[in-house]
Ligand binder design. Structure first.
Ligand code: PEP
Ligand code: MG
Length: 763
């Protein structure tokens, strides 16, 4: 077995190494490769972290603590987070890892280099997941001991309360989340900040540069309201600048850590950047955006005349202007005056909402925040996230587009205005206001949601939606994400994983059956699935029957009886388990039946892990026996095992109405590469010719028989793979929520190209 390296230099990192080095590490490696000015760095890989967990023997205790945690119980969240972090810090780093880190560090520079130590978290099956800002960064680190200590603290920060909470709510399994650590030469920046290579809300070709004095930490953490410059990439000019009052800067202190320095009156109001510097930054940003093919969120630093790019990651929040946010007022409102302007700041998360102001000066006051209130605070912090979920909008005094409030609000889809400087002073508790999270404006009073605008003039001004012949659907795991998923305008749900719904119940289906609580289980399933169906009226929603491997059930109540399997990936899961556990299968079918009876005929049912048509035939027969009209029901399969590709024609003859590639599994079963095993992660190759040939064969066979062929594995969120799939005739693709705009554009572009090529050939 190939031993994965514990450390990698940026120059050694390839794009495919994202699982080992995290998004931040992979991006730095790639930027280095395209010649951007990146400070020297190496990465302590995710494999080193996993070895640390295993070799110190803390792995099982750690995950057991997390699995039992109810993250909505604030007290428990805090104490488990503390316990787990203490556990990570209580053991020594294994000698081999220590030696490699110290040795690599020594090769960075002769007399010890001052470094920044940054976390780079990654999820195995969603390596590009945005965990931005949730783990620690340590600046101004010098010397072996301080470095090793900082690395270990980064590892521990994977289990900060906020990070655990976020992952749980986003449906991530803690076991599949890893952390790499970037060790990078510290740039003693005179000025620094962030930049969005395109507008982070509208996607227009406007580079937004935020800058302040000293280290970039001040902007990223929101402790300073930065200058804001807008550079128009079309006219190549700075078209707007807002010089903020910058009260402080953060600078390195001595040999360890940083300190806050008050700025002089002159420095406070002096512009941080010249137009030439903004232009230079925007040009570097454009190189990164062109290379990645997607707008980037970049951290930069300037020292003397040298510009450095510290990190870059994709912006995942660009909103299609033609889709109003669910629950928020529609865009037509903007043309009518909304009333008296009380305050202005930066529009950090789009949407318009009205409500009662609640000013929070201390996290202990968040209990006063009720559903639908407007949270007003100096700056949000991780402890406020549960309250942030309840409110209809967020306003802060401090911060820029990348501060905590901005990032979290965008993820939650809650309108937010940040950096107003004085919201906590000007607004009063109980006051009713309206927040426009796109424009960055706060109005007096409640502005009523407008009646749907008459079509003519506004419709003419609205950009045309991107129409694709290949349907672009969305994957959903948590019913609470249904509205956000629907707001992408997706053509339906190509995969609704019900495991998350069931794992969230904390009791196994077997427990419900044993305790005569079957009705409760059916109701949970019915309600969860209905939430998603309601968000997609008239559009197909393919609900997958249960596919949880035994190891995921084991820690739930009732899970003690789960068999201990040597290899759960190849074990008792998917349709094979349901067929052998009719009790469990029947409860799911009962929920589907009730939904069909309630008129949800857009519900389709998809069977996972099928490997022979007889499984499909048997599952359908059982459903028929339980009263389902299987002639009219939309029943299909996941293609996750090579056998189901080889036999796809037989499945079609057996009556499947659709097939969808589960590439996460299809790749692992084709290449014999465990998708959760970091030792072989570099051989997990979605574009392996054998995988592509299997996919192509299945697509062509489905096309021949006019059966819908789709994809719902992670590869369906990868533009390169999607281009290939459209070229090969796939009928639909299903991608993650954040990837939809990009995938829709990719599909449209490829389709146009195909049409154009055909027209030219026939000309
Ligand atoms: C897949 O295998 O690609 C898939 C979508 O299913 P899961 O990731 O849930 O195994
Ligand atoms: Mg699968």
């Amino acid at each position: 077995m190939k031993e994965m390296p514990n450390v990698l230099w940026l120059e050694e990192i390839k794009k495919e190494d994202i699982i080992s080095v995290g998004g931040k590490g992979a991006s730095l490696g790639e930027m280095t490769a395209i010649g951007l000015p990146v400070p020297k760095a190496f990465v302590v890989t995710a494999q080193a972290f996993r070895k640390f967990l295993v070799e110190t023997g803390i792995e099982d205790t750690l995950f057991r603590k997390l699995e039992r945690l109810d993250v909505d119980d604030n007290g428990a969240l805090e104490s488990v987070s503390r316990e787990v972090q203490d556990l990570v810090l209580s053991v020594g780093i294994p000698d081999q890892i220590k030696a490699e880190v110290v040795d690599t560090y020594a090769r960075m520079g002769a007399n010890g280099t001052v470094v920044a130590v940054r976390s780079s978290a990654t999820a195995e099956d969603l390596p590009e997941a945005s965990f931005a800002g949730q783990q620690e960064t340590f600046l101004n680190i010098l010397g072996d001991d301080a470095l090793l200590d900082a690395v270990q603290r980064c590892w521990a920060s994977l289990y900060g309360a906020r990070a655990i909470y976020y992952r749980s709510k986003q449906g991530f399994d803690d076991r599949s989340v890893n952390i790499a650590v970037v060790v990078q030469e510290l740039i003693r920046s005179e000025k620094s900040g962030v930049m969005f290579t395109s507008h982070p809300v509208t996607g227009e070709p406007l580079t937004i540069v935020e800058g302040s004095w000293g280290l970039g930490e001040a902007v990223v953490s929101g402790s300073v309201s930065p200058d804001n410059y807008v550079f128009d990439l079309r006219s190549e000019r700075v078209v707007d600048r807002l010089i903020a009052e910058k009260e402080i800067m953060i600078v390195p202190e001595g040999e360890h850590g940083t300190k806050i320095v008050e700025l002089s009156a002159k420095e406070r109001t002096a512009p941080v950047l010249t137009d030439a510097e903004v232009a230079r930054l925007a040009m570097l940003g454009k190189i990164a955006e062109d290379h990645y093919g997607i707008p980037q969120d970049i951290e930069w630093a300037i020292v003397a005349n040298d510009v450095f790019i510290l990190q870059s990651r994709p912006i995942t929040t660009i909103r299609r202007p033609d889709i109003p946010r669910a629950g928020a007022a529609a865009a037509g409102q903007q043309s009518s005056p909304l009333g008296v302007v009380l305050l202005e700041g930066q529009g950090a998360s789009p949407g318009i909402a009205s409500g009662r102001v609640v000013i929070v000066r201390d996290v202990k006051e968040t209990s006063a925040v009720k559903d639908g209130d407007i949270l007003v605070t100096k700056m949000t912090n991780p402890d406020m996230v549960p309250a942030m979920r309840r409110v209809s909008a967020i306003i802060t005094d401090e911060g820029g587009m990348t501060c905590h409030a901005a990032i979290v609000s965008r993820e939650l889809g809650t309108p937010a205005v940040v950096g107003t400087k004085k919201a906590t002073k000007i607004l009063t508790d109980g006051q009713i206001v309206t927040v426009d999270g796109e424009k960055g404006t706060i109005y007096e009073g409640a502005v009523e949601a407008p009646v749907a605008a008459p079509a003519a003039p506004t419709a003419a001004a609205a950009p045309a939606p991107v129409i694709t012949g290949t349907l672009v659907k969305v994957n959903v795991s948590l019913p609470e994400a249904a509205q956000r998923a629907a707001a992408t305008g997706a053509d339906g749900v190509g995969l609704l994983r019900i495991e998350h719904l069931i794992l969230g119940l904390s009791k196994t289906p077997g427990w419900y059956i044993e305790h005569d609580e079957e009705e409760a289980f059916i109701t949970e399933l019915y309600t969860g699935i209905k939430t998603v169906l309601d968000a997609f009226p008239g559009k197909p929603v393919w609900v997958r029957t249960l596919d949880a491997p035994t190891d995921e059930f084991r820690n739930m109540e009732g899970g003690e009886e789960e068999p201990l399997e040597h290899n759960p990936m190849l074990g008792w899961r998917g349709i094979r388990r349901d067929l052998q556990s009719p009790g469990q299968f029947r409860l799911q079918v009962e929920a589907f039946k009730r939904l069909w009876a309630a008129g949800y005929d857009n519900l389709g049912v998809m069977f996972p892990m099928v490997n022979h048509p007889r499984e499909f035939i048997k599952a359908r027969a059982m459903m028929a026996e339980w009263g389902v009209d299987v002639e009219t029901a939309t029943l299909g399969i996941m293609i996750e095992i090579p056998s189901s590709v080889v036999l796809v024609e037989d499945f079609i003859k057996a009556g499947i109405r659709f097939a969808s590639f589960g590439t996460n599994d299809l790749i692992q079963y084709t290449l014999a590469i465990d998708r959760n095993n970091e030792n072989v992660a570099d051989m997990y190759e979605p574009e392996h010719p054998a995988v592509l040939r299997l996919i192509d064969y299945a697509i062509q066979t489905c096309r021949k028989h006019r059966v819908e062929c789709s994809i719902c594995g992670q590869a369906g969120s990868d533009p390169k793979m999607v281009t290939w799939l459209v070229e090969h005739g796939i009928s639909s693709v299903s991608a993650n929520i954040d990837a939809i705009p990009r995938i829709r554009e990719t599909v449209a572009r490829k389709e146009q190209q195909i049409l154009l090529d055909a027209a030219r050939r026939n000309a």
